[in-house]
Design a protein around this ligand. Sequence first.
Ligand SMILES: Cc1cc2nc3c(=O)[nH]c(=O)nc-3n(C[C@H](O)[C@H](O)[C@H](O)COP(=O)(O)O)c2cc1C
Length: 202
Amino acid sequence: MTASADPLALSKDAQDLLFREARSANAFGPGPVAEEKLRALHDLVKHGPTAMNVQPLRVLLLRSAEGRARLLPHLAEGNRAKTGAAPLTAVLAYDADFHERAEDFFPDRAGMVREVFADAEGRRAPAELNAHLQAGYFLLGVRAAGLAAGPMNGFDHAGVDAEFFAGTALHAFMAVNIGEPAGPHEFPRLPRLDYEDVWTEL
Ligand SMILES: Cc1cc2nc3c(=O)[nH]c(=O)nc-3n(C[C@H](O)[C@H](O)[C@H](O)COP(=O)(O)O)c2cc1C
């Protein structure tokens, strides 16, 4: 008897790398994260969709001990030690003035895009929504690069904005420790909701 074909198009190895075997990391293997890998993951995940192609995510990389030392006091206590020990931390922010790049992300209709997003209050929700979507693509991109990611939103967001983004329209919403995967995770994976718990069909 032959095993039934996998209904998913992605190879089993890729499924495991991106989802089944990947964990939210608190510890990392030794060694730096090569810029080449970060560029390659960007070139992959930049294709993830955003509404009207707005792409509001901006990423600040903190690689030096000095850079991460500026972040640590703004983190929740439980996030400090592992961030201090990580080879690299990415601060993910959304650009509340993303519409100013309309010529770059929607060249044919830049004027229309600028008009749609002219109101600063009205821009905030799409900026947050689309940057959060891109953060999901980012986490999967880290895994696709063979790296481990430890996402965190336990930090003083206003404090991080003042520390790194003063005078800009950038607002931090997530920090992600990144490094080579380290051995087995320190605790078993928490349960996930089943299809029946999540999906309904009319
Ligand atoms: C947006 C987001 C914020 C998170 N914030 C924190 C955090 O501040 N501190 C922490 O230790 N873990 C944080 N986590 C990790 C989650 O608890 C973890 O992803 C979840 O329990 C699933 O773990 P697993 O990927 O190992 O199965 C965060 C995860 C996400 C996606």
